[in-house]
Design a protein around this ligand. Structure first.
Ligand code: GDP
Ligand code: GDP
Length: 443
């Protein structure tokens, strides 16, 4: 199972993004902020009491701005009720209970999912007393917080975490299957790619219902290999929704990524690379999943005025998404059925590299050679790496014991990353390299 997804809902200005930023800041920086990632206020990794989860601020999702406010807030709630594991509704103590709060609460009372009510901006004793009125929303206990000062947030998170163990298990996909999430902006051809993959005379083994409404995973065999397409129904359905599609697709894509081994990031060759592509690719990278970039609709670029070479498109892609430099690129046309086999072959290879372990001896040899060839100095002090060990795979995660973790900057991390890849490739998977302070040796 992927990490639990927490959705923050509420009307504008109650402090959703302030809380979001506070929670996002709590996470241990296991992934150094890689250059080129387009951040939005929608999705962040968070951690509390050693448990990792994902927070989403549904207020940051683009709704139809011409819709009345209550409708926009209702859409948020619908989305959260469908796609999140735990919902946190925020209200504003300084405003008291508003009619929009009441409408929102009424909707949320109908879901089976856990809903917690946080009364924000409780900055003083008087507001602490007055917050009592929010019990009238009928959502049970209220959590008085101040997102700005941080008070009450720990208690809220404790309460959120109590619900994690109660999240229903999804039906299991066979362990040997490579789990694929097809992700990308609207209209890039996700559902066309899906149909091309499933259409090519594959033997479909089973359709497994997920926990989210309408969600179905499709398991199929291809020669010796087994694959599962995560949320087949969601990919098909998203293509048919008109207008402000983003509100529907974003959380759903995040959920699919969380449950996958490898994300197929679909890009529209006709459009070229867009900010939305980088953002979606950023989700896969941050989640530590394997990634294959699929440049779809390549038929549009092979001839005529819009002709482009594979080489030039690749250069552009590498320049614009440096954080995905490890991801192989496949040029495809769902329309013509081209490149579809290559997508699956590549995804299989990527899944293998996500799970590849290096022995401790080998790893230490590579790291110490790398340090010898290119030592890192700062203010007369050398960064010393005493010992390296691979603590987990999917993604491969390396722990380094060093004299001074503050000296382990992103550029050196990238250097070591490259050195490891020289021997082991690790095509398609991010590597996580974490520096920890070595314990003082006892005399
Ligand atoms: P959102 O629209 O729900 O995402 O709300 P924001 O996070 O943008 O916050 C709206 C306003 O409320 C901003 O001016 C924040 O600084 C302010 N705010 C957020 N949390 C608190 C709080 O705990 N106390 C006070 N006094 N102001 C807050
Ligand atoms: P989704 O929203 O990402 O699922 O995209 P769809 O699969 O619904 O495709 C969006 C549009 O792009 C449709 O009109 C497709 O016919 C078209 N399309 C999909 N793949 C290709 C392709 O390889 N070449 C061309 N020329 N058009 C394509």
């Amino acid at each position: 199972m992927g990490r639990p997804i927490i959705a923050i809902v509420g009307r504008p200005n109650v402090g959703k993004s302030t809380l979001f930023n506070r929670l996002a800041g709590n996470r241990i920086a296991i992934v150094d902020d890689a250059p080129g990632i387009t951040r939005d206020r929608l999705y962040a990794d968070a951690e509390w009491q050693n448990r990792e989860f994902v927070i989403t601020d549904t207020g940051g999702i683009l709704f139809n701005e011409s819709d009345p406010l209550t409708l926009q807030v209702k859409r948020q709630a619908e989305l959260a009720m469908e796609e999140a594991d735990v919902i946190v509704m925020i209200t504003d103590a300084t405003d008291g209970v508003t009619s929009t709060d009441e409408e929102l609460a009424e909707m949320l009372r109908r879901t089976q999912k856990p809903v917690l009510l946080a009364v924000n901006k409780v900055d003083n004793k008087r507001l602490e007393q007055e917050a009592h009125e929010f019990y009238s929303l009928g959502l049970g206990e209220i959590y008085r917080i101040s997102s700005i000062h941080g008070s009450g947030v720990a208690e809220l998170l404790d309460a959120v975490q109590e619900h994690f163990s109660k999240i229903p298990e999804e039906e299991e996909i066979p362990e040997e299957a490579v789990k694929l999430a097809i992700i990308g902006r609207p209209n890039v051809g996700k559902s066309s790619i899906l149909n091309a993959i499933l259409g090519e005379d594959r033997s479909i083994v089973s359709s497994i219902p997920g926990t989210t409404r309408d969600s179905i995973d499709t398991v199929f065999e291809r020669g010796e290999d087994k694959f599962a397409l995560i949320d087949t129904a969601g990919i098909r359905r998203a293509g048919k929704i008109q207008g402000s599609i983003e509100y529907y697709t974003v959380l759903r894509a995040i959920r699919a990524i969380e449950r996958s081994d490898v994300a197929l990031l679909i890009i529209d060759a006709g459009d070229g690379l867009m900010d939305g592509d980088k953002r979606v690719g950023g989700y896969a990278h941050q989640a530590g999943k394997g990634c294959v970039v699929v440049v779809n609709k390549w038929d549009l670029r092979r001839a005529g005025e819009n002709r482009l070479s594979v080489k030039n498109f690749t250069l552009e892609l590498r320049k614009e998404t440096p954080f995905l430099s490890y991801a192989p690129i496949v040029f495809a046309s769902a329309l013509r059925g081209e490149g579809i086999s290559e997508i699956l072959d590549t995804a299989k290879d990527v899944a293998d590299s996500c799970a590849l372990r290096i022995s401790t001896g080998e790893l230490n040899r590579i790291i110490s050679d790398a340090v010898d060839n290119h030592p890192y100095m700062e203010k007369g002090q050398a960064l010393k790496i005493k010992y390296a060990t691979m603590v987990s795979v999917k993604p491969p995660t390396i722990l380094l014991f060093v004299n001074n973790p503050d000296m382990f900057h992103f550029s050196y991390q990238r250097y070591l990353d490259n050195q490891i890849r020289k021997t082991y490739g690790y095509e398609g998977t991010p590597l996580r390299i974490i520096a920890k302070k070595v314990e003082k040796e006892k005399p």
